[in-house]
Ligand binder design. Structure first.
Ligand code: ADP
Length: 709
């Protein structure tokens, strides 16, 4: 001011006066450049004088004395107008009142602010008291009266009621004008501060809310300014850092609080270095953990504190993560243990699974509803399914044929808890329908630890192959026995058959010998009888040879076209001498029947049949031979009226060494090879041989041979 206004000492004086709180009007300057100024003090919200303002205007040059008075009057009016204008444009009610608070002057702003016209302010007795807010009335009045008595300027904030019912917050600055030590008048200004007041209240609310929030958050927070001075901390900070109570009594010394915190650090140097590094980089955000000597772990976050775009400090927040970390470590340990256990379980399971699936016996587990929980390949195979298909299916679905047998057994195991062990069953399984197979099954109850039966385990071992092997063994054994029996029979029959002709032969030869030595004539019948025995012997031996050749597959046949009529006639002719005591009939068809065959062997067949007819018929019993055509075959039949053959023996007639039970043991003898050889020969010619007979009613043997076309 001194520097700028040193040429205007009159203005400076007026400004100094205004700075003491009083307004002035002044004039000064060169004669031709005179200036006039209205100088007013400027008050702050708290009522303190913040400065002064001056309004300058050019002053009219000094006029001659006659005109001077008029000019002065004009000047005065103008100044008054300016003054009123100034007062009325001020953002506040300028007023004057007597010491009884009755207004003697109010500026026009009074009506604008509160709605009451200035006349009402001036004319209504006790206007002020009547329009002060009821809550402020008592104290405001008492306060004003006291200050007035003490004759000191005062200021205060209170509420007045506007005409529209609003409460208007006013800031009043009052000067007490006194004379001779007695208060004479009051003068002052009322400024509408409702908005500031509301703003302040909102701010206070926000601040208290923030404070409460600040204190209630679970993180301990410390706020530090750019000079590393603590500006705030919350209660949780003190708790987390275990700040001793004595440091919190009365005014809290932030430095002591900090020192108490640092003393608890496990690695103070490390933490300090980190903290300084962050102070050196104000923009940086950082998260770290801090370990305390007592083993606790704090998670520390450090963020720059900003006001707009400016960094004004740093916010440190701490969270106790000790339990969290411990829980996490424990959880990790448990997880690892669980993982190991699971791996072990999986391993054992894989092991069991391999055993189960690759076991050569069927295994499965069923629940109480007899649904498959698990089966192995072997069991699934019996059901004609895959393992996967079996799961969840019932036993009945899987083995419909066998369920009727198995289900009751399984239900009993589940109900009684008694296992079924090693039960042999003959079953039909879906894999091979229509085929009976043999199994040895065992069913075991499956219990929980508490003993509850939750299902059953089934073990199925197939015995079919074993059974077959056993049956085969039995068959072989039987056959071996039969073979031995046959051999023994053969030996006894063969020796009998061989020996029988030998005795008469020997007798005849002795007789011949005697006759030779005594020179007696040899009777021819004796020689014939001997020869007949020799024939019988050779017949027996031929049959044995043929039989062994047939068995060895070495019986050779020569095929040639031959007339059956011719063959039969020749064979019958050869046979007739042996058949002196039986009428022998022969009937043939007119058509010549030619077959492709072995003449000697076919003759052998016919002879054998004729011999049997002879052997097994009583004397004089007729023997009848017929040759007919039957379709594409020639049919030869040899009938007798002999002992016949029991019906149940027919099927064995053509077997080796077979002799019907009604065949006489002695007498004609017989090895039971003739028909066996016949059958082989006929079948080798493409024919078929059979017998029709009843015991005691004779027998008819027939055979067919394909006729050559
Ligand atoms: P064998 O040498 O015992 O006669 P075969 O094979 O010719 O041997 O006959 C087998 C058996 O068939 C005879 O032992 C006999 O019991 C029975 N048999 C064969 N032909 C006749 C028949 N014409 N009448 C009754 N039984 C017969």
């Amino acid at each position: 001011m001194e520097e700028v206004l040193h040429d205007f000492p009159w203005l400076m004086r007026a400004l100094h006066t205004a700075l003491t709180g009083r307004e002035t009007v002044c004039e000064g300057g060169e004669r031709n450049e005179r200036m006039r100024a209205l100088v007013l003090p400027v008050f702050g919200n708290e009522g303190q004088c913040l400065g002064a303002c001056a309004r300058l205007s050019a002053s009219e040059p000094v006029k001659p004395a006659s005109a001077q008075h008029e000019t002065l009057e004009q000047e005065l009016t103008r100044t008054q107008q300016q003054y009123e204008e100034l007062v009325n444009t001020l953002d506040g009610i300028v007023w004057e009142a007597d010491v009884g608070f009755r207004f003697t002057f109010v500026s026009k702003q009074a009506e604008r602010l509160l709605g009451h016209p200035p006349q009402q302010w001036l004319q209504e007795p006790d206007f002020w008291r009547n329009h002060v807010h009821p809550e402020d009335r008592e104290w405001a009045q008492a306060y004003c009266m006291k200050a007035t008595r003490e004759r000191r300027p005062y200021e205060f904030e209170y509420r007045m009621l506007a005409t529209d019912g609003r409460s208007v917050w006013l800031r009043a600055l009052v000067t007490v004008l006194a004379e001779k030590g007695r208060p004479l008048r009051l003068r002052g200004i009322m400024v509408d501060v409702t908005e500031q007041r509301q703003a302040r209240e909102t701010l206070e609310q926000v601040a208290s809310m923030l404070r409460a929030t600040f204190d209630s958050i679970t993180d301990g927070v410390l706020v530090v300014d750019r000079n590393q001075r603590i500006t705030a901390f919350n209660k949780r900070f003190l708790q987390i850092w275990d700040i001793p109570d004595e440091l919190l009594q009365g005014e809290v010394d932030p430095q002591k609080v900090l020192a108490a915190a640092v003393a608890q650090l496990k690695n103070p140097e490390l933490v300090r270095a980190r903290v300084y590094a962050l102070y050196a980089a104000p923009e940086q955000e950082d998260v770290d953990t801090v370990e305390l000597l007592n083993g606790r772990i704090l998670e520390r976050t450090s963020l720059p504190q900003r006001l707009g775009n400016t960094i004004i400090g740093r916010i440190w927040s701490f969270r106790d993560v000790t339990e969290e970390r411990r829980a996490k470590a424990e959880q990790e340990r448990l997880l690892a243990a669980e993982q190991t256990a699971r791996e072990q379980l999986e391993e054992s399971f894989a092991l069991l699974d391999t055993f189960l699936n690759n076991a050569p016996i069927g295994m499965g587990f069923l629940n109480r509803d007899l649904r498959f929980i698990r089966t192995n390949d072997a069991l699934a195979l019996l059901h004609g399914r895959t393992r996967e298909e079996e799961v969840g299916r019932t036993l009945r679905e899987m083995t419909p044929y066998a369920a009727a047998t198995i289900e009751p057994l399984m239900r009993r195991v589940i109900e009684t808890g008694e296992p079924v062990i090693g039960l042999d069953l003959e079953l039909e399984v879906p894999a091979t329908p229509g085929k009976l197979r043999y199994f040895r099954v065992s069913y075991y109850p499956v219990r929980t630890k508490s003993g509850r039966i939750v299902g059953l385990g089934a073990v199925v071992v197939e015995l079919t192959a074993e059974r077959r092997a056993q049956a085969e063994r039995e068959r072989l054994l039987r056959e071996a026995h039969e073979a031995i029996q046959i051999r023994d029979d053969f030996l006894s029959i063969a020796s009998h058959e061989l020996k029988t002709p030998l005795t008469p032969l020997k007798l005849h030869l002795r007789m011949l010998e005697q006759r030779c030595t005594s020179d007696q004539p040899i009777p021819p019948h004796l020689v014939r009888k001997s020869l007949a025995q020799v024939d019988r012997l050779s017949g027996v031996i031929s049959d044995m040879l043929d039989s062994s050749q047939i068995e060895a597959g070495r019986l050779e046949l020569e095929h040639e076209p031959l007339s059956l009529q011719q063959l039969l006639r020749e064979t019958l002719a050869d046979f007739r001498p042996n058949c002196l005591h039986h009428p022998l009939e022969y009937e043939e068809c007119a058509e010549e029947l030619v077959v492709l065959g072995d003449r000697a062997r076919l003759a052998q067949v016919l002879t054998n049949l004729l011999e049997n007819a002879l052997k097994y018929s009583p004397q004089k019993g007729p023997i009848r031979v017929t040759l007919t055509r039957s379709g594409a075959d020639a049919l030869v039949s040899v009938s007798d009226s002999g002992i016949g053959i029991p019906a149940d023996q027919h099927e064995h007639l053509f077997e080796r060494f077979f002799r019907a039970r009604n065949a006489p043991i002695s007498g004609f003898g017989g090895m039971g090879l003739g028909l066996y050889i016949c059958r082989h020969i006929v079948e080798r010619h493409g024919g078929h041989i059979w017998a029709e007979s009843e015991t005691g009613h004779g027998a008819t043997f027939r055979f067919t041979l394909p006729v050559r076309t």
